[in-house]
Design a protein around this ligand. Structure first.
Ligand code: NAI
Ligand code: MG
Length: 320
């Protein structure tokens, strides 16, 4: 039996995750769910955003369905999400971008790069170390090649013209692609950002380092109707974590206007992860039919609330 830890987190996480969870429970009544509280709200209430016991709860789950957490710009506050990704060693951040004329998967290295956490502040400068390791690059390259193999090709997003660390990244990724028999090209990340938006049909699987992948995937949301549409998976050897790409959106939280599609699609990725591609497809198709019927949240130009949209998807899933 699959045990799913559910973390709503902060802001709209508390609105979109219940919708996704209800749909997941409807298609897989055999899944077991348990709630785990982490985030800024918990920090304000208890002084701790996530402790060792919470980490053990997360570790005990087969999969984690996560909403979003608020990270205040407070130097003493450690990002819970970075902590979880690090502690569970969720090295591959997989972000599919699918819509009319676009079917791209961005595979972002999730444990090092510029988000290595190695940084310090001096009186007149602050430094962050960008770490690209052979082991980290090999495993993300392998993961990307496994995804690309049954598809078309791989693009390595990089800035090797400026960064020594990316020379290593490119060398390792292209070697893995050759080994896997995957056609591979390299592109500088700045040009890639623009080209992906202008000619998305040229791209298939894109592998890149941590911060470049973060920025590239938010920009790519433009192709499919915004941040409310994009799901993601964070995958490690032993743990799997599914979350919408968007954050806690404090500007719209508590108003029942958030788009739950990213969270629902993240639940569909969870289903695929456990081999249930039929249920995953049923959920995706139900979302498609609801959008097709003109039921949309405000960000997509509609008037449906988060809960109303979710209820419509639930009805469609039952019908499909
Ligand atoms: P954000 O993704 O929360 O919001 C950016 C913009 O997109 C906002 O205008 C928001 O209203 C809109 N938006 C996002 N998701 C939406 C949805 N489902 N439906 C409709 N509109 C949506 O990013 P922002 O504003 O940079 O960050 C807000 C907070 O979230 C910060 O504390 C940040 O640290 C945190 N954050 C957390 C993430 C996570 O938990 N994975 C990821 C990104 C940000
Ligand atoms: Mg981001």
């Amino acid at each position: 039996m699959v045990k799913v830890a559910v973390v709503e987190g902060d802001g709209i996480g508390q609105e979109v995750v219940p919708v996704a969870r209800e749909i997941l429970a409807a298609v897989r009544p055999d899944f077991e769910f348990f709630d785990v509280e982490v985030g800024y709200g918990r920090w304000e209430r208890t002084g701790s955003a996530c402790d060792d016991e919470t980490m053990n709860d997360l570790r005990s789950a087969d999969a984690i369905l996560f909403g979003a957490v608020t990270t205040p710009p407070d130097p003493d506050y450690r990002s819970v999400l970075l902590q979880i990704r690090h502690d569970l060693d969720l090295y591959a951040n997989v972000r599919p971008i699918r819509g009319d004329n676009v079917d791209v998967v961005i595979v972002r290295e999730n444990t090092e790069g510029l988000y290595s956490g190695i940084e310090w502040t001096e009186p007149d400068r602050a430094c962050t170390v960008r770490v690209v390791s052979r082991r980290g690059s090999e495993r993300i390259a392998r993961y990307a090649c496994t995804l690309a193999k049954p598809r078309r090709h791989l693009t390595v997003g990089n800035k090797a013209n400026v960064l020594k660390s990316d020379c290593l990244f490119v060398e390792i990724c292209t070697a893995e692609a050759v080994r896997a028999g995957v056609p591979c090209t390299t592109r500088y990340i700045d040009a890639l950002c623009l080209d992906l938006l202008m000619r998305p049909d040229r791209y298939d699987v894109i592998v890149t380092t941590n911060m470049f992948g973060d920025i590239l995937s938010d920009a790519a949301a433009y192709l499919v109707g915004g941040l409310g549409m994009l799901p993601s998976a964070n995958i490690g050897e032993r743990h799997a974590f599914f979350e919408p790409v968007h954050g806690s959106a404090p500007d719209i939280a508590g108003q029942n206007v958030a788009n739950p599609i990213a969270a629902i699609r993240s639940a569909a990725m969870l289903l695929s992860h456990f081999g249930d591609t039929a249920s995953a497809a049923a959920v995706e198709e139900a979302v498609g039919r609801v959008i097709g019927a003109g039921i949309r949240t405000r960000d997509l130009g509609g008037a449906a609330g988060t809960r109303e949209f979710g209820a419509a998807v639930l009805r469609e899933v039952g019908r499909g």
